[in-house]
Design a protein around this ligand. Structure first.
Ligand code: AMP
Length: 441
């Protein structure tokens, strides 16, 4: 029986999977440089975690959640995003009491949204990101923004950051009222979603991409006119800090982000190249002041975070000017030219992996030297170890350097030490290039 994948999901394999892992590794290294520790949270949560507020206007919560009843009749949902789950984990485990603040956490994994499948938009996709929890500080806000930027630029992708400042408390209420007053008389010209947003959260109308709505949005009251003096001063300080860090950014007063919990600094990462135009934002984030308290945590703590969409990041990464295909770095590719050579090759490869920790690829079929070498090159092996009938008889193997073509015969009894030396020399030549090695000292 052939079973098709679920609509809107996708398999990631071959060079895409390698590149995806490479992106995750680089991101984790950059996050580690900023002192972020990994956190792993469940994929399923109680639905109430995401659908906290009946006034929540985000599409993600109102329309896109994978929600189901489990066998105990509990309403559960697959996570559509990470922030709520991470804050739940922080509060549940009282992480703020265990460690010194700020709490700096790095995550990666799948998210699920029942969206209309289209290019670059999936129902299961991958995100990586961070959450920082502490008392309010513009340094924290800017640190998180910079960290996302540094991850993208570490991948040699040109990045442009868009920022905005969403008003809080009274100024937020004033601004929401101004938006209601402005949009209400023209409600019938707005799309169905925006009509709903008008009564739930009119701020979200500013994010609508429908062209009729866009025309109306163009003349809507501007956020900046409603910020308090304190908020304006904070936003200015944030901008100076970003400028000092030599980050490419612009202010965009229509940027509101897709979730209702943001207040204060919000930002998006856009790609400054032609491939970037095709994918829109690769990620974004912002400050959320009330979520921790809403989920039962201390009222004095606020959070700031970002998430990057891995599929979009992968697309721009692979289409960037400096892209080089990820190398598997197989050190030795074992080719057996005779049945008798197979067990020798098998055990030797196993010994090299387990005893000295070098990556080996064992070809389980008898091959001619020609087809074996073709396969070894395809796998980007550094060396081919060729064992034929004659070699078995004489107790020797041939080692071929696949870059230079040089081939030497080595006595079987010396094989391990010869291969170890070869690999050490190769590693020095690669001069710091990232060759995986788990060699025991
Ligand atoms: P959000 O959590 O909506 O702010 O999304 C953050 C990032 O996740 C976006 O900028 C995209 O890169 C990515 N993303 C969101 N939804 C999808 C989706 N359905 N398919 C692929 N990537 C997505």
């Amino acid at each position: 029986m052939k079973v098709n994948p679920v609509k809107g999901v996708h398999d990631i394999f071959d060079k895409d999977a390698l590149d995806l892992k490479r992106i995750e590794t680089i991101a984790a290294m950059v996050a580690n440089n900023y002192g972020y520790s990994p956190i792993v949270i469940p994929t399923i949560e109680q639905t109430a975690l995401f659908a906290r507020d009946i006034k929540d206007s985000s599409d993600m919560v109102t329309k896109e959640m994978y929600t189901f009843l489990d066998k105990g009749n509990r309403s559960l949902s697959l996570r559509p995003e990470f922030t709520a789950g991470i804050i739940r984990a922080i509060v549940h485990n009282k992480l703020y009491a265990l460690d010194d603040l700020p709490l700096r956490l790095f995550y990666e994994g799948s998210c699920f949204r029942y969206e209309r499948p289209q290019a670059g938009r999936y129902r299961e996709f991958h995100q990586l990101g961070v959450e920082l929890v502490d008392e309010p500080s513009i340094y924290n806000d800017v640190e998180v923004l910079l960290l996302g930027y540094r991850i993208i630029t570490a991948l040699e992708i040109p990045c442009l950051v868009k920022i905005n400042y969403l008003p809080k408390k009274e100024s937020r209420e004033n601004y929401l009222n101004a938006l209601r007053d402005y949009f209400a008389p023209q409600a019938d010209k707005l799309c169905e979603d925006c009509q709903r947003r008008l009564s739930t959260n009119p701020l979200r109308i500013l994010d609508c991409k429908v062209s009729d709505c866009q025309k109306i949005i163009a003349n809507a009251p501007k956020i900046n006119d409603y910020l308090s003096l304190e908020e304006i001063s904070e936003f200015n300080k944030i901008q100076s800090l970003i400028k000092e860090s030599e980050v490419d950014f612009t202010c965009d007063s229509t940027l509101v982000r897709g979730l209702d919990y943001y207040s204060g600094l919000v930002f998006e990462y856009h790609i400054d190249s032609s491939s970037g135009d095709l994918v829109g934002a690769v990620g974004g984030g912002g400050r959320y002041d009330k979520l921790i308290e809403e989920l039962g945590g201390p009222a004095n703590l606020v959070g700031i975070g970002f998430s990057l969409g891995l599929e979009r990041l992968l697309y721009v990464y692979q289409n960037s000017d400096n892209y080089e295909e990820s190398d598997k770095h197989i050190a030795f590719y074992f080719i057996s030219m005779d049945e008798k050579a197979l067990p020798i090759a098998f055990y030797t490869a196993e010994l090299i992996r387990s005893e000295i920790g070098l990556p080996c690829y064992f070809e389980p079929r008898v091959k001619s030297a020609k087809s074996g070498l073709r396969a070894a090159n395809k796998k980007h092996a550094l060396y081919a170890v060729i064992i034929g009938e004659e070699e078995v008889g004489k107790g020797i193997v041939s080692i071929k350097n696949l870059k230079s073509g040089e081939q030497t015969g080595v006595d079987m009894s010396n094989l391990i030490s010869v291969l170890t030396n070869i690999f050490d020399e190769e590693n020095e030549d690669l001069d710091g290039e990232d060759v995986p090695q788990t060699k025991k000292s």
